[in-house]
Ligand binder design. Structure first.
Ligand SMILES: [Zn+2]
Length: 185
């Protein structure tokens, strides 16, 4: 079996681009000719197997698609089998909704509840700070503690603001849909 060029080898294993699923058309680059780039979406892949030109085993996503698809997989190396199944890629690129501050499925009561929880955390943090100010005189590490808890407070405040913005946005959308349609002159 002869040695295939990187684009030929890629095409053999990926008749369609792993990320955008367009008909495979790849451009070879790199000093060692070990990078291929999809001409449709711009996703760039790297593999030392391209140099061998016989068998493609592992593939690293070097650059995601121009539209950002695959960002979560950037610089990650997987077996060819992983990249060949779009379901694997989807599972890795769809964010875990439980980690989001809210999603389209979160209802307003849940958002309000979370705001309340963060405000509570913040109130506890405020009362904690006074105690830590005393601690500063006793140990040096209290400073680090205060810095860390200060960051935590900022994060909690941001969470509150982001969720409140979502509530405002939803209210505005409701008002807009309730308004009578604008009359044409
Ligand atoms: Zn592509």
């Amino acid at each position: 079996m002869g040695k295939l060029k990187a684009d030929e080898l890629m095409l053999k294993y990926f008749p369609r681009c792993p990320l955008c699923q367009a008909d495979g058309s790849y451009e070879v680059s790199g000093m060692l000719k070990d990078y291929v780039q999809c001409r449709s979406c711009g996703a760039k892949f790297e593999s030392p197997d391209f140099i061998g030109g016989k068998e493609l085993k592992k593939l690293t996503l070097w650059e995601p698609c121009a539209d950002g698809k695959g960002t979560e997989l950037k610089r990650k190396k997987f077996d060819v089998k992983f990249w060949q199944d779009p379901k694997n890629i989807e599972a890795e690129t769809i964010p875990d909704k439980s980690k989001l501050l809210f999603s389209e499925e979160t209802n307003e009561e849940e958002i309000k509840q979370k705001i309340w929880e963060d405000m509570n955390n913040l109130a506890m943090h405020e009362s904690g700070t006074a105690w830590m100010q005393v601690g500063t005189f006793l140990t040096g590490s209290a400073t680090d503690q205060m810095t860390a808890s200060g960051f935590k407070a900022l994060i909690d405040q941001n969470k509150i603001i982001i969720r409140q913005n979502e509530l405002i946005l939803r209210t505005l959308q409701k008002i807009l849909t309730a308004l009578p349609p604008e009359k044409e002159n």
